[in-house]
Write a protein that binds this ligand. Structure first.
Ligand code: FAQ
Length: 329
């Protein structure tokens, strides 16, 4: 596996001969499936790759609250409102676990968050699309959390201990999110009016392709995959996970009685997988560059939230100081 990655990787990997004794021992530990912990020696590039991935992941959870927060005041029933609020609070919790996991690598939370606010840090492309109707809340739960789970289940076995352990808890919660989204859609499709059914189909039409883009560029265009797979930060490739998501989602789509906007989608008995059409990669890269439908709005909202909360943080620090001084006196 390692030798094969050395040959095919988009970024060239070091061969075992080129590694220092310390690097070889590190790679051996990874190959032996022993987790890397915060205090263990690690190559700087391993540390930086994790800080990059975990911070992007944390930002995604935090920005991911915004498209759903948009619908809290318009939830149709008390039950739906409670479900939605619980889900959004979970996403905040995921962001906080992940920032903590990132800090174990020596990264500074405030500086990483500052990169999000000045537009330098990436977060999942999906959250740069608008949520236009109530049906989007079901489709986000079903497809977006569904895609996130397929990716994150594998990350439970990632080589860095604190990230792997955060993922185990996060996956349990994401699974509830996916189910509440799907149950909402089933209710609309089975008991709803024609207008509600059309709303579900329209939400699927808008979010299907962006959900497939969540898995990242195809393997041959993914610069980080080869090294991340060799370090077992990633355990399966972007394309493998995308295919798994499609294979498990289409039967659920059929049960709903809906369709996806892809005329090329077809079961391929020989491969044992669904074939699907070409992803619009130009659109994906435009969103990554900051030109998606909601990029500016999302970052501006986060920036505003930090500014609005400044007095709360100042008050908390003043209170903590006062308490500390009292104890010290
Ligand atoms: N969006 O070489 P690769 C959620 C970037 S959580 C934006 O393949 P890598 C929960 C990538 O960063 C969703 N950027 O990169 C929720 C890299 O840029 P860089 C988030 C993307 O890291 C649900 C460049 O493209 N999940 O949804 C995307 O090996 C509902 C080249 O790509 C995670 O973050 C994208 N879709 O693989 C919350 C999971 N794809 O940094 C609220 C952890 C790629 O070199 C509501 N992350 N890029 O400048 C991962 O598994 C990986 O980082 C991948 C990308 C698979 C996302």
């Amino acid at each position: 596996m390692y030798a094969q990655l050395v040959e095919t990787g988009v970024k060239r990997l070091k061969s075992l001969d080129e590694m220092s004794a310390q690097e070889r021992a590190f790679q051996q530990r990874i190959d032996d499936e022993i987790k890397i912990e915060a205090k263990n020696w690690m190559p700087d590039a391993y540390r930086q790759t994790l800080i990059r991935q975990i911070s992007q992941h944390a930002h995604s959870e935090i920005v991911g609250m915004l498209p759903e927060g948009n619908w809290v005041t318009r939830a149709p029933t008390l039950k739906r409102k409670l479900q939605l609020m619980a889900k959004i609070q979970d996403e905040a919790g995921h962001g906080l676990y992940l920032y903590s996991a990132m800090e174990t690598l020596g990264a500074d939370r405030d500086s990483e968050i500052a990169k999000l606010h000045n537009g330098k840090a990436k977060y999942s492309s999906i959250f740069n699309y608008p949520t236009l109707s109530w049906a989007d809340m079901g489709v986000v739960g079903w497809l977006v959390d569904g895609a996130a789970i397929v990716n994150q289940v594998v990350l439970q076995r990632t080589s860095y201990g604190p990230y792997s352990r955060a993922m185990i808890r996060i996956c349990k919660e994401e699974s509830f999110h996916q189910r509440q989204g799907y149950e909402m859609l089933l209710t609309m499709m089975r008991h709803g009016t024609q207008v509600q059914k059309d709303m579900v189909q329209d939400a699927i039409n808008r979010l299907w392709w962006p959900a497939l883009m969540m898995f990242g560029p195809s393997d041959e265009h993914s610069p980080n995959s080869a090294q991340s797979m060799a370090w077992k930060i990633k355990r399966q490739s972007n394309d493998e996970l995308r295919q798994r998501f499609i294979d498990q989602t289409i039967p659920q789509l059929e049960l709903l009685g809906c369709s996806v906007p892809d005329p090329a989608l077809k079961w391929n008995a020989e491969r044992g997988h669904y074939d699907f059409g070409e992803i619009q990669w130009d659109e994906f890269y435009e969103v990554l560059k900051g030109n998606g439908p909601c990029n500016q709005e999302r970052v501006a909202t986060r920036r505003q939230a930090i500014e609005d909360g400044a007095w709360v943080r100042a008050a908390a620090v003043a209170h903590a100081r006062k308490k500390h001084n009292k104890i010290a006196a």
